[in-house]
Design a protein around this ligand. Structure first.
Ligand code: TXA
Ligand code: MG
Length: 355
């Protein structure tokens, strides 16, 4: 099948999705096509998880490395039963508490799941998304849907239909546009096949929330540092990278604001286009001597939900403004801060400046 084709664009009501649009997208999926759709975390690029050929199209459209497994999205427990060899009791507890929602559980897979989905692993990542459009689509297709984030491999994840189109127009069959994603960072990937449940990727459900249910939870070392061999295959690749070079500036808010001011001046003096992504608190201390070419307020340090929701869109905006240098701050690695910092570390290739 040729890679370039006409991408159907379907604008949909995110709360009450129009059924004829859902059916149209579901038919494309049932015929082996690839369709981008909104979830509460980020947009996914979906295909029938039980059809190896359809799944291979996802990898081709994204330019995704073959050894990086996909998350399978379900709309009910019957689908889960078909996909896994067994459901351990703690998995049942977690599903009850966090599904539908931003939690992916890694479980032993059943024979029904093709190796293309799991990149040959004997486990499968499963999640039930909490978005009316995603749930309606999976139900209408009556199929579990394999879906990575709907971006070209290595790029920031898409949180709007337009982000999807910018990366994948002409490479996929359709995009269902349900407006901006509310969570803004991807799901937490939790491995339940290890003796102690292990977070392979921090996300929308926090470590602290999981600890309340599970007691002990481990963090894969690759989550918080460059060192170590990540167990989620996807965590080892370049990720979330905007076109400009991103630098993180760490320290007390007034010092960060002052340091960003000096950095803007020196990068601009070197003839570069510079963007600054600041929280309201840092912006309040920021007295720019020279304005950056692009400035965006990305939420409040006291409400990391706002920062998570805007983070990827802010990186996309920097690309749109063609900035070559992006400066932003760091966050305490607690609550959603763990997922935000994980994405920022990767997007910045671990370039952190102490203010
Ligand atoms: O929120 C999300 O999870 C979004 C939306 C679309 O649901 N999806 C998403 O998929 O972020 P993707 O492919 O961009 O990231 C999936 C991550 C990768 O790091 C992958 O390696 C890991 O989950 N993963 C998937 N299946 C796995 C498995 N069986 N064992 C270990 N890691 C797995
Ligand atoms: Mg991704």
């Amino acid at each position: 099948m040729p890679l370039t084709r006409c991408t159907k664009y379907l604008r949909i009501n995110p709360q009450v999705p129009e059924i004829h649009k859902i059916r149209l997208a579901a038919r494309i999926l049932a015929r082996g096509g690839v369709v981008a759709f909104p979830t509460e975390t980020v947009y996914g690029l979906g295909a029938n998880a039980l059809d190896a050929r359809a799944v291979r199209r996802i990898f081709r459209a994204k330019g995704r490395p073959q050894d990086n497994p996909l998350i399978v999205h379900v709309a009910n427990m019957e689908m889960v039963d078909d996909l896994v060899a067994e459901i351990p009791p703690i998995a049942g507890l977690l599903m009850e508490r966090f599904w539908p929602g931003p939690l992916t559980l890694v479980l032993p897979k059943s024979d029904l799941v093709p190796p293309e989905v799991t990149a040959g692993l004997d486990t499968v990542g499963i999640r039930m998304p909490a978005h009316p459009v995603a749930l309606a689509l999976i139900k209408a297709a009556r199929l579990p849907i394999a879906a990575p984030s709907a971006n070209l491999s290595g790029r920031p994840s898409p949180t709007t239909g337009h982000h999807v189109l910018r990366d994948l127009h002409g490479r996929i069959d359709a995009v269902v546009d349900g407006g901006p994603a509310s969570v803004g960072v991807e799901s937490t990937v939790l491995d339940l096949t290890t003796p102690v449940p292990t977070i392979l990727r921090p996300g929308g459900v926090t470590l602290e929330e999981l600890q309340k249910i599970l007691g002990r939870v481990e963090l894969d070392p690759a989550v918080v540092s460059e060192a170590g061999h990540p167990r989620a295959p996807g965590m080892k690749y370049t990720h979330y990278a905007p076109q400009g070079n991103l630098f993180l500036v760490a320290g007390d808010t007034p010092k960060v604001a002052a340091r960003i001011n000096r950095l803007v001046k020196s990068f601009k003096a070197a003839g570069l286009r510079v963007g600054a992504l600041l929280t309201v608190e840092t912006a309040a201390c920021y007295r720019p001597e020279i304005q950056p070419d692009y400035l965006e307020i990305i939420g409040s340090r006291n409400d990391l939900g706002t920062v998570a929701a805007r983070l990827f869109a802010a990186l996309h905006n920097c690309d749109r403004h063609r900035v070559q240098i992006i400066l932003t701050e760091t966050f305490p690695e607690k609550g959603l801060g763990l997922a935000i910092m994980n994405r920022l570390r990767k997007a910045s290739a671990h370039r952190i400046i102490q203010a």
